[in-house]
Write a protein that binds this ligand. Structure first.
Ligand SMILES: [Zn+2]
Length: 327
């Protein structure tokens, strides 16, 4: 039965999208089934050393972040508590269980320094941070989605080892998608933190800002965490008001992006301004201004006369800007 995957939508074009693993979430509660998947001889493993995935060369000089069991053992993968990411549905996008290949995520017990020392001596493995991988585009798109999924889940386990209700140690369950507390019986689930990111426009102009930590010349869409009790639209209006003093009217959804630093979901919106006078939050933003459509296109193409540019193509901000500028 084909696993549903649709490539022709804005969310499919951002970095860390393209995850085509069939998660089979309905089976996760069966511990015996999980153990059988872990024993599948050709299972693949995404391995993290700290916050960086292990990558290696595969055929035809391309890189991969999925490894076989021999590599997982060699790097000391912690297989006591791996996360089942899902089943590779292959290039034909069809799941053919039980023949499909399970993909797992695990931490390595080898410290990052040991892997780096091996690499310096010509070893086959590299550690590359997620931003660099996204920027360089050196991994297949479907692996980028899976390494994002792996990073978020492994990061959640690492920082949620104790029950938040009673403080006792909790333990992984449901193929890595839950932690159970043996002391009080509480069940804890992985979190996803929503961030609203918005392309605020006023007719032929759009509002972009820059934080002091951005690369010189880079401008991007305003963004902020959605707070408890807020709709996406309300968060877009509040953040735009707080950061730029601009009132926003109509808000429409455009696309989303998993952002694995560590568990964020970027929710990209188009937002229509109803005022134009900027009152910038000087702590949040180093600059914030209106750009014309022509200037914005030059920023996307990196032909702006002042060297200004609009985010990076792996980031949803770039796609929001392009959706409006029509470049
Ligand atoms: Zn507890």
């Amino acid at each position: 039965m084909p696993f549903p995957f649709f490539a022709d939508e804005p969310s499919a074009r951002v970095g860390f999208a393209g995850n085509r693993l069939d998660r089979l979430s309905e089976k996760r509660g069966d511990a015996d089934w999980f153990a059988r998947q872990l024993a599948v001889p050709d299972a693949r493993f995404i391995l993290y050393a700290g916050d960086r995935p292990v990558v290696s060369l595969r055929d035809a000089g391309r890189l991969t972040a999925t490894h076989d069991r021999v590599v997982a053992d060699r790097l000391g993968a912690d297989l006591a508590a791996p996360v089942l990411l899902g089943f590779d549905t292959g290039s034909d996008l069809a799941t053919d269980l039980p023949g499909a290949t399970p993909w797992f995520a695990a931490e390595t017990r080898l410290p990052p320094e040991a892997i780096e020392a091996e690499e310096r001596e010509g070893g086959p493995f590299k550690l590359i941070d997620l931003r660099s991988l996204a920027m360089q585009g050196v991994l297949p798109a479907h692996e980028m989605g899976a390494i994002a999924q792996a990073r978020s889940l492994l990061g959640w386990h690492e920082s949620h080892r104790f029950c938040s209700r009673c403080g006792q140690p909790s333990r992984p369950a449901a193929a890595g998608y839950r932690r159970d507390c043996p002391a009080c019986g509480a069940q804890h689930f992985p979190r996803t933190d929503p961030v609203a990111i918005m392309m605020v426009t006023d007719g032929e102009n759009c509002l972009l800002g820059r934080q002091a930590r951005f690369a010189p010349g880079m401008y991007s869409c305003l963004a902020g965490f959605i707070e408890p009790g807020e709709t996406i639209e309300a968060a877009v209006r509040r953040e735009t008001w707080e950061e730029a003093g601009i009132e926003v009217g109509r808000v429409t959804y455009h696309a989303s992006q998993p952002w694995p630093m560590v568990s964020t979901l970027m929710i990209g919106c188009l937002a229509e301004a109803v005022t134009t006078e900027i009152r910038r939050d000087e702590e949040e933003l180093e600059d914030c201004r209106w750009f014309s459509r022509a200037e914005t296109r030059a920023m996307l193409d990196r032909t702006h006369p002042d060297g200004l540019f609009a985010a990076n193509p792996y980031a949803i901000a770039w796609h929001l800007v392009r959706a409006w500028a029509g470049a």
